[in-house]
Each structure stands twice: as structure tokens, then as C-alpha cells.
Ligand binder design. Structure first.
Ligand SMILES: Nc1ncnc2c1ncn2[C@@H]1O[C@H](COP(=O)(O)OP(=O)(O)OP(=O)(O)O)[C@@H](O)[C@H]1O
Ligand SMILES: O=C(CO)[C@H](O)[C@H](O)COP(=O)(O)O
Length: 333
């Protein structure tokens, strides 16, 4: 592998079971596995499972994590140096001997705390926070942990509830620092929906970040409510609603894109794509193509898939911008 001139650091934040792995697969499809190294921040747990149990300190609590080491190692990677990263073993709940990690073109730091420590935050070039509402989080976790891991309903619910206080204290506040926040909420299209199959998904995009042009619908800066169902987009019950507008989030302006509902026919997403601007695609239809490429990923037929693809495209644009800038600087020397 050629030595990268400029290492681009990407932050992917959110609770466990919120769709981070799915998003990382999408990123790897965009960048290629060889080009990108993922660091799971669970590896910086300083207390193992037994110690956490004994002390009553959860993995979400900063006291269970070594932020100094996290910072030192991420800084080193960004400076092009290899690191010996600890490993947290999820099977045994213990800390294994470290592994050597070489720098790569793109380094993704993902997990519970990528935006918690100010020093790490400063190093990150682009970040996303997965903000899944409790209702949806419970539905996803129950579906996965019961179907795939053989857990009981009451245990899954008890686990979510026991994490809640520390989640609110230490994980959720990181939303403030993310360049993109992906909110996943119950639909507004079905009254008192309990199934959580139809979702309302919002993409909050920070305004005023150097080099980041938020995606917009129809007319930049306007407020748009759009029902695309009809001749060009097939929608069965309960239909689909799109929204675009601006808002203030943690005291800063954000552009908001929203999709409520799901796509009947994924090929028709091209109709939506042609009405979006600043998507950072390289050719007309690339966004739809990326969605179609992996229609089996969870959420591909709704706003979660669509906004994950758009966020990935923004990360690619950030990478290309920063590396081009570096190349220009190098050419001048
Ligand atoms: N967009 C989605 N639509 C529906 N279900 C989803 C979606 N994203 C994730 N899920 C469900 O949530 C589960 C967890 O997703 P994923 O493994 O991507 O999350 P994670 O944040 O990486 O979790 P962990 O940190 O626990 O590994 C999936 O198995 C799937 O059941
Ligand atoms: O929130 C988590 C991040 O994935 C885990 O719960 C945390 O890493 C603790 O691990 P374990 O469940 O193995 O004790």
C-alpha cells in the first residue's frame, strides 16, 4: 500500500445496535476495504466486564475508558505512525494483548465516545451521530437480540433501560458536535404505530463547516414539503412525505432533510435523486445506484439507507477535498 500523504479521520458515534455496522459496510463499499481502517473504540475500555460489574460502572461511563490512550493513539495514526492498539474481547469480556495497526488513507473511529473527548474531536475531519429514538431502538434491538442471539424480551428491555441514565449523560450529548446527525423516529404517517416498520428519518447537516455543502431539496434555503407519490414514485399505504428546511440545533444552524415512509420500488429513488442538489455524487444516479447495490442492508428501502448513502458521499467529498489540498501544498513546496 502507498503511504498516505494526508490521513482523513472519520467519526461514527452512537449507541450499540443503532446501525453503525451497517453504515460502515456502506463506507467500505465507497472507499474500498483496503483504503480504510476501522478502530472500534470499545478497545479503549479500561475496565473489563468483571471490573465493571464489581464497581457498577458501565461501559458508557468515561471512567471505564482510557481517553488519554485513545487520544495519543489516534493522534499518532493521523500523523502516519503505527500504533499498538489494545483489544477488548466481546466474547470473554477481557482485555486482550494489543495488535499493531498501520496508518491508512481513511481511519474511522466508531463506537460510544468518538466525540466525547475534546482532543479527539479536534482530530476528526468529519463525523456522524446515529440518533435512534427509544421506540425504534427497542424494536431493532429486540428483533436482533431475540432472533439472532436468543435473548428474552424482558432481558433486552431491562438492558436498554439500565443503560439509559449513562446514555443520556455521556453518549447523547455528543450529538452537539457531529457534522451530520441521523435521527430515526416513529412515523407520522400512521396514527399510534407500534410496528416501527415505517420510519421518519431526518438528516441534520451542520451549516457553515468549511468544505461541507449540505444536500438540499428543490431550492436551497427554502422550506419544502413534498409528497412525491404519484406517476413517478409508487407508494403503497401509508405513502411518503419529504421535508427540507432549516433549524437551530444546539444553538447552531442546520439544514434538515426528512423522509417519512418507505420506497416500494428502489429503482424509483432516482426520481427523488434528480430533485436533490449538492449530493456529492460523481454521476447522475450514483446515489440510487449505491442503494441498489446493497438492497439487502437493513433500511435500504427508507430514509435510513438513503441518508446513510448521502452521509457516505459527504465523507468521500471531504476525503477528496482534504487530500487534494494536501497535494496542492506539496506541489508548492
Ligand atoms: N436502518 C435499519 N432499519 C432496520 N433495522 C436496522 C437498521 N439498522 C440497523 N437495524 C437493526 O439493528 C441491528 C443492529 O444494527 P448494526 O449491527 O448495524 O448496529 P451497531 O450500531 O453496529 O451495533 P453494535 O455496536 O451492537 O454491533 C441490525 O441487526 C438490524 O436488526
Ligand atoms: O456498548 C457497548 C459497545 O459495543 C458494549 O456494551 C460495551 O463495549 C461493553 O461490552 P460487553 O457488552 O461485552 O460487556
Amino acid at each position: 500500500m502507498t503511504k498516505p500523504e494526508r490521513i482523513v479521520l472519520i467519526g461514527v458515534a452512537g449507541d450499540s445496535g443503532c446501525g453503525k455496522s451497517t453504515f460502515l459496510r456502506r463506507l467500505s463499499d465507497l472507499f474500498g476495504e483496503e483504503f480504510m481502517t476501522v478502530i472500534c473504540l470499545d478497545d479503549y475500555h479500561s475496565l473489563d466486564r468483571k471490573q465493571r460489574k464489581e464497581t457498577g460502572i458501565t461501559a458508557l461511563d468515561p471512567r471505564a475508558n482510557n481517553f488519554d490512550l485513545m487520544y495519543e493513539q489516534i493522534k499518532a495514526l493521523k500523523n502516519g505512525q503505527a500504533i499498538d492498539k489494545p483489544i477488548y474481547n466481546h466474547e470473554t469480556g477481557t482485555i486482550d494483548p494489543p495488535e499493531r495497526i498501520e496508518p491508512n488513507h481513511i481511519v474511522v473511529v466508531e463506537g460510544l465516545h468518538p466525540l466525547y473527548d475534546e482532543r479527539v474531536r479536534e482530530l476528526i475531519d468529519f463525523s456522524v451521530y446515529f440518533d435512534i429514538s427509544d421506540e425504534v431502538k427497542i424494536a431493532w434491538k429486540i428483533q436482533r437480540d431475540m432472533a439472532e442471539r436468543g435473548h428474552r424480551y424482558e432481558d433486552v428491555l431491562a438492558q436498554i433501560n439500565s443503560r439509559k441514565p449513562d446514555f443520556t449523560k455521556y453518549i447523547e450529548p455528543q450529538r452537539e458536535f457531529a457534522d451530520v446527525v441521523l435521527q430515526v423516529l416513529p412515523t407520522n404517517l400512521i396514527k399510534e404505530d407500534k410496528e416501527r416498520k415505517v420510519l421518519r428519518v431526518r438528516m441534520l447537516q451542520r451549516e457553515g463547516k468549511d468544505g461541507f455543502d449540505p444536500v438540499y431539496l428543490f431550492d436551497e434555503g427554502s422550506t419544502i414539503h413534498w409528497t412525491p407519490c404519484g406517476r413517478k414514485l409508487t407508494c403503497s399505504y401509508p405513502g411518503m412525505q419529504l421535508y427540507y428546511g432549516s433549524d437551530v440545533y444546539y444553538g447552531r444552524y442546520v439544514s434538515v432533510l426528512e423522509v417519512d415512509g418507505q420506497f416500494d420500488n428502489l429503482e424509483e429513488v432516482i426520481y427523488i435523486e434528480t430533485h436533490l442538489s449538492k449530493t456529492s455524487t460523481k454521476y447522475k444516479g450514483e446515489m440510487t445506484h449505491l442503494l441498489l447495490q446493497h438492497r439487502e442492508y437493513p433500511g435500504s428501502n427508507n430514509g435510513t439507507g438513503l441518508f446513510q448513502v448521502l452521509t457516505g458521499l459527504k465523507m468521500r467529498a471531504t476525503y477528496e477535498r482534504l487530500t487534494a489540498k494536501e497535494a496542492q501544498l506539496a506541489a508548492k513546496v
